[in-house]
Design a protein around this ligand. Structure first.
Ligand SMILES: *Cc1c(COP(=O)(O)O)cnc(C)c1O
Length: 434
């Protein structure tokens, strides 16, 4: 009997390992019957799943196409060339490296290509939305390079100018004072468009290089919903699994001038053998992202986030920066309920079948482990076909869950409604058994 929620095109090949098969089935059930609102997640296509589950995992291919350290790479070379060609075409870039195992690795390689140990880097404050690899004390990045930071402007009561957007005066001031060798734009929790042009001007004014970390908006950029940093920044890093909807991994785009340094920084600088099965899956995803349907998807992701934001505002939640222009909604829980922490909200929503993550809000008085906020994202559920009507309904469900958080009957009724909603939008309707 085929499972109700298949986990991959190859479920049938796992019957010899019933333990792993059962766990994959449990996870497929979770992904299919609960709402996936984690802003960094998505559902890949079955074609991406198939390529990443392929026999290419068997092949060692240290080096680059035409320059490998192992034999037998005639076919793998063509696969990696295809991925690179599709990626440079997708973004209009001069050079692409598709080998980084993750977004964090892509950033480490970019730093290594552009900097010497001890050099100063200007990036976004972690507690205002910057990523761990932008100089967190817990990250190797802060041990090798000297990070200084900029943040967002203060919140205001003016609905037309809500604040909490990148403060370019501050970026310019810190750049003038600290003379960084590299300016980094990009964020992990920021609901606004990041315009690369002012960063370029500031970087130029102090003779710094400019790295745009597009881990989150890469798919919105590919789909034309956000301005492209390619041609503006010296190097663009990104993940392939967030809004770009590919396999879990990273990639780097750069100018022809930096191609050699970037490639050497990825291998042998940082990694050993590339994951060519993932490179093949990236190639599949890059072709998917070049189709007109993907531009429609990117526009719908943004429209859906806006619908979710509006619904949450109606429920009495304050939104960081007053709203959204991308796939993210950052919720400040304090106006809704001063006692409700991000940690508790995340746990209660999980019990109701609504999956999201707690997040600090700018200048959060609570610790990053507790937080006063939630980060929500529209990218994954938009892939399943949900539209603004469903997002509005989800906003209402979030309000109901958090208002009734101490009442098990409320949580059970939301859980049932979520299950019914998800049944109409299966993530993998074309896989056998679905
Ligand atoms: C997600 C993210 C990364 C890291 O990606 P991983 O694949 O998790 O390593 C880097 N930078 C930013 C801004 C991100 O949001």
């Amino acid at each position: 009997m085929s499972p109700a929620h298949p986990a991959s095109p190859f479920d049938g090949w796992l019957t010899g390992d019933p333990e792993v098969l059962a766990l994959l089935g449990d996870e497929a059930e979770r992904q299919s019957t609960t709402l996936q609102l984690i802003a960094s997640e998505n559902f890949t296509s079955p074609a991406v799943l198939a390529a990443s589950g392929s026999i290419l995992t068997n092949k060692y291919a240290e080096g680059y196409p035409g320059r490998r350290y192992y034999g037998g790479n005639q076919v793998v070379d063509r696969i990696e060339d295809l991925a690179r060609d599709r990626l440079t075409a997708l973004f209009g870039a001069e050079h692409a490296n598709v080998q980084p195992h993750a977004g964090a690795t892509a950033n480490l390689a970019a730093y290594q290509a552009l900097l010497d140990p001890g050099d100063t880097v200007l990036a976004m404050r972690l507690d205002h939305g910057g990523h761990l690899t932008h100089g967190s004390p817990a990250s190797i990045t802060s041990k090798v390079w000297r990070f200084v930071s900029y943040g967002v402007s203060a919140a205001t009561d003016d609905p037309d100018k809500p604040g909490e957007i990148i403060d370019f005066d501050q970026v310019a001031d810190v750049a003038r004072r600290e003379r960084p060798k590299l300016v980094v734009a990009g964020s992990t929790a920021y609901a606004r468009i990041i315009d690369p042009l002012p960063f370029r001007e500031i970087a130029d004014s102090v003779g710094a290089r400019f790295l745009f970390d597009a881990a989150h908006p890469a798919g919105l950029i590919a789909g034309g919903a956000h301005p492209s940093p390619v041609g503006v920044a010296d190097v663009v890093t990104f993940t392939t699994h967030k809004t770009l909807r590919g396999p879990r991994g990273g990639a780097i785009l750069c100018t022809a001038e930096l191609a050699k340094a970037v490639d050497a920084a990825v291998f042998p600088g940082l990694q050993g053998g590339p994951l060519e099965h993932v490179v093949a899956a990236k190639a599949v995803a890059f072709a998917e992202a070049a189709r007109p349907e993907f531009a429609a998807y990117a526009a719908q992701v943004v429209a859906n986030a806006r619908a979710l934001a509006d619904a949450l505002a109606t429920e009495g939640f304050r939104l960081v920066s007053g709203g959204t222009e991308n796939h993210q909604v950052l919720v400040d829980l304090r106006s809704f309920d001063a006692d409700l922490t991000g940690k508790e909200a995340q746990e209660v929503l999980d019990r109701a079948g609504i999956t999201c993550n707690r997040n600090t809000v700018p200048d959060d008085p609570r610790s990053p482990f507790v937080t006063s906020g939630l980060r929500l994202g529209s990218a994954a559920q938009t892939t399943t076909g949900m539209g603004e009507a469903e997002m509005t309904r989800i906003g209402g469900l979030i309000g109901r869950t958090l208002r009734g958080r101490s009442d098990d009957a409320v949580l059970a009724s939301v859980r049932a409604e979520v299950r019914e909603l998800c049944a109409g939008f299966p993530p993998y309707p074309t896989l056998a058994g679905a």
